[in-house]
Design a protein around this ligand. Structure first.
Ligand code: GLN
Length: 544
């Protein structure tokens, strides 16, 4: 099978939407009857994203096979509606690790192992494996960072080497940013021209340009860019700020982007592109006006003066998908759990929400605020959805308030507590001792059996499911019977009944805590059933 590779590189600055652009291009190619997969390259030395701070790097996205990857992989899954595996994620650390392992095995037969070509060769090898594994007609390869940084130079070299070998199968798209400085009031193309020069210097001329900016590109600037960057005018795509990222495929299709791409490969569409379902979703996004207000309680929100919600990107998207599916406009507010510790009277603000969600988290900062908030929503019948730490905190809260085990805790925070309702299972404890923190989490997809009659079972409409995990601590089975006797419902367990995966509370509009991360499996056109259940309960909440 012949695979084509489309590299997406960034110019001028990061964070302008390379990921969204390539995901959108991928979707429009898929709509033309091709199989598409996407690879993300992170130029960091970290082996995976698991050890990176989510405030700085954004969410850690977990794949079905348990890789801790970049949030862009999540975007690809959402746009392409495909599960993407570990093969499709690489970092500088990972690439070097393989080269070094190979050298140690003696695979280079006594040769001096030079960075070029060995490192780019390893990159190409991985890309070819990903292509083969996904049986992909097209592999979109997003290279993190911007051109001109020395971090990604070896990845750019891989493009050059691949192109040298198969010029007909490789294309490069530069996603650039065109500023409109307020003092000048005119869109400037010069930074983009420089970015193109920068890639030219290493022997690549991008065939396509995506021009990100506040406003659309006009004719004179398109001409200028074409002339100075050596890109055909029809290959210059304008990408002004969209109302939502889900609108981007439509914006691309209106400019015939996918068709020009196919033409540049001397290929033709295999079918009349059908984006009807997708575009009717975009229509819903743009027209829904009845709000549903969800408060998300966490701590990973700020860096300096900036509030970054990327740390919970998939949670945010999952709430939106579910809200749109019931024709509601999601209004999401970030609530800082530490504020409830400093001033418990602030808990009253939770009354203003239709639903409250506590997402995954780590460490002691803000945990008492989360537990206080969970108690508040449990007692005030406010729909609650707890994810991972949010489930563990709900168990702690229930044990403290209902079983009156006032020191109940997770051993993550209180290793010596008399009542470790959340703890490390023996095998995990052993692993942690042996290997340190890297690689000791329970990661990836695991099956879960659902209890008949539970809210979760009804929401899923099936008696089992598979969900992705990323945590170290577990529900302590020593407390299982006591908690059940006190009313807690164990709504989901591992098939061997050893691990508690879902807890619920009866006589409440919606109170569900899950040990896994359902947000990773929510897709725009296939919202996650538990999020839909939560949003439905929230949308019918009658506030006082
Ligand atoms: N810190 C908790 C654990 O390790 C929860 C992790 C999470 O919420 N992802 O189990």
């Amino acid at each position: 099978m012949r695979h084509r590779y489309i590299f997406i590189v960034g110019g001028v600055m990061s964070g302008v939407g390379k990921g969204t652009s390539s995901a959108a291009l991928g979707l429009t190619l898929k709509a033309r009857g091709f199989s598409v997969t996407a690879v993300k390259i992170d130029p960091y030395v970290n082996v995976d994203a698991g050890t990176m701070n989510p405030v700085e790097h954004g969410e850690v996205f977990v794949t079905i096979d348990g890789d801790e990857t970049d949030q862009d992989i999540g975007n690809y899954e959402r746009f392409l509606d495909e599960d993407i595996t570990s093969l499709n994620y690489m970092t500088t650390g990972r690439v070097y690790q393989s080269v070094i392992e190979r050298e140690r095995r003696g695979d280079y037969h006594g040769k001096c192992v030079e960075v070029v070509p060995r490192v780019p060769e390893e990159v190409i090898d991985r890309l070819e494996k990903a292509a083969k594994n996904a049986k992909a007609d097209f592999v979109l390869v997003e290279i993190g960072g911007t051109v001109g940084e020395y971090e990604n130079i070896l990845f750019l070299e891989a493009i050059r080497m691949m192109k040298l070998k198969n010029p007909d199968d490789v294309r490069t798209v530069l996603v650039s940013y065109l500023p409109v400085p307020p003092s000048i009031g005119e869109m400037k193309t010069k930074p983009t021209q420089h970015a193109v020069r920068e890639v030219n210097r290493i022997g690549i001329n991008p065939e396509f340009l995506i021009c990100r900016s506040e406003v659309a590109l006009d004719a004179p600037r398109r001409e200028k860019l074409s002339r100075f960057c050596g890109v055909h005018p029809s290959h210059i795509i304008t990408a002004p700020n969209a109302r939502s990222i889900y609108e981007v495929p439509k914006l691309f299709d209106e400019q015939g982007f996918a068709d020009s791409m196919l033409k540049s490969f001397r290929m033709k569409s295999r079918m009349i592109p059908d984006l009807t379902a997708w575009n009717s979703l975009v229509n819903i996004i743009e027209t829904v006006d009845r709000p549903v207000r969800i408060g998300v309680i966490g701590k990973y929100f700020s860096t300096g003066d900036f509030v970054l919600s990327d740390a919970y990107l998939s949670v945010l998207e999952a709430i939106k998908h579910a809200a749109w599916s019931i024709h509601r406009k999601p209004v999401i507010e970030w609530l800082n759990s530490e504020a409830y510790e400093q001033d418990p009277s602030r808990l009253k603000e939770l009354d203003d929400f239709d639903g409250v969600l506590v997402p995954g988290g780590w460490g002691s900062r803000g945990i008492e605020g989360k537990i206080a908030a969970i108690r508040y929503v449990r007692e005030h019948n406010i729909p609650y959805f707890g994810i991972c730490y949010g489930m563990q905190c709900a168990v702690i809260e229930y044990a403290r308030s209902v079983l009156e085990l006032t020191d109940a805790h997770t051993t993550e925070i209180a290793p010596k507590t008399q009542n470790p309702v959340i703890h490390l299972m023996n095998d995990q404890a052993k692993k942690l001792k042996e290997t340190g923190i890297g690689g000791t989490l329970r990661l990836g997809s695991y099956p879960c059996d659902l209890k008949t009659g539970s809210i979760s079972r009804t929401a899923y409409g099936s008696n089992s499911t598979d969900e992705r995990h990323r945590h170290r601590y577990e529900f302590n089975n020593d407390y299982r019977q006591q908690l059940i006797d006190a009313g807690l419902i164990i709504a989901g367990t591992s098939p061997d009944n050893r691990l508690v995966e879902i807890i619920e509370i009866p006589n409440h509009p919606f109170f569900v805590g899950v040990q896994f991360h359902p947000e990773f499996q929510s897709r725009p056109l296939r919202p996650h059933p538990l999020f839909v259940g939560f949003l439905k309960a929230a949308s019918i909440r009658k506030k006082k």
